[in-house]
Design a protein around this ligand. Structure first.
Ligand code: 13P
Length: 251
């Protein structure tokens, strides 16, 4: 269960959020059996790693550079993220693909650096409303998954996670219904196998897009939905933990 905090919070509000998550995660029965990861903005990664040390809750970054260390102004490379206490990074979030023009090739290059540097990878895919309405959902997902195929050799299932986030469901309050999400997840899993991922059956596939405590259980009950990538609701520790409790334990 991954919380993507996006560009929200400050040192004070993040301290409150972290202590709420830490307190709730102490009680494993209350926290549920899911692996928990939070992805704060860059300046707060070390703060999060320190606050969550020993809690079992892991820290992830929201992005990683496609370059190694050196003269790349504004970039943050995988080794720095590990140094700051990260175990994971997101790549390919639709906000970055759309607002910052990140291509499939750049997403794959970032993924390659992350895995090579020792980070676990959470790669995001998903179609826009226009693409869905034009009947192009599967073509878009196929293109995005195929672009990650070059990672298949280096991506073990315990370090490679895919997140399906239909763009039209992100921050809109409009969730994909469980059947829509399941259909996309089943397609993505099959496409992973075709793209060369030997352990496609055990790759964890997260659903993201307006997940709330009220709709989480019905989504996570679907056979190919292994967890969630939570935006807005992950900014409230009680909501994030309530969603986490809806996740089935890893098989
Ligand atoms: P919301 O949960 O706010 O819809 O955001 C989903 C998301 O983009 C997580 O990465």
């Amino acid at each position: 269960m991954v919380g993507n905090w996006k560009m929200n919070g400050d040192r004070g509000s993040i301290a409150v959020l972290l202590s709420g998550i830490r307190a709730a995660s102490r009680d494993r029965a209350a926290a549920g059996a899911a692996t928990l990861v939070v992805c704060p903005p860059y300046p707060y990664l070390a703060q999060a790693a320190q606050a969550l040390e020993g809690s079992g809750v892991q820290v992830g970054a929201q992005d990683v550079s496609s370059y190694e260390a050196g003269a790349f102004t504004g970039e943050v490379c995988a080794s720095m993220l590990i140094d700051a206490g990260c175990a994971w990074t997101l790549v390919g979030h639709s906000e970055r693909r759309m607002l910052l023009g990140e291509s499939d090739a750049l997403v794959a290059a970032k993924g390659r650096r992350a895995l090579a540097g020792g980070l676990g990878l959470i790669a995001c895919v998903g179609e826009t409303l226009e693409e869905r309405e034009q009947g192009r959902t599967e073509a878009v997902l196929a293109r995005q998954v195929d672009a990650l195929g070059e990672l298949a050799a280096s991506a073990r299932a315990d370090r490679f996670v895919l997140a399906y986030e239909p763009v039209w469901a992100i921050g809109t309050g409009r969730t994909a219904n469980p059947e829509q999400a399941q259909a996309a997840h089943a397609f993505i899993r099959a496409r992973c196998a075709r793209a060369g991922f030997a352990d496609a059956d055990s790759i964890r596939l997260l659903y993201g897009g307006s997940v709330k405590p009220s709709n989480a259980a019905s989504l996570f009950a679907m056979p190919d939905i292994d967890g969630g990538l939570i935006g807005g609701a992950s900014l409230v520790s009680e909501d994030f933990m309530a969603i986490a409790r809806c996740a089935a334990p890893a098989a």
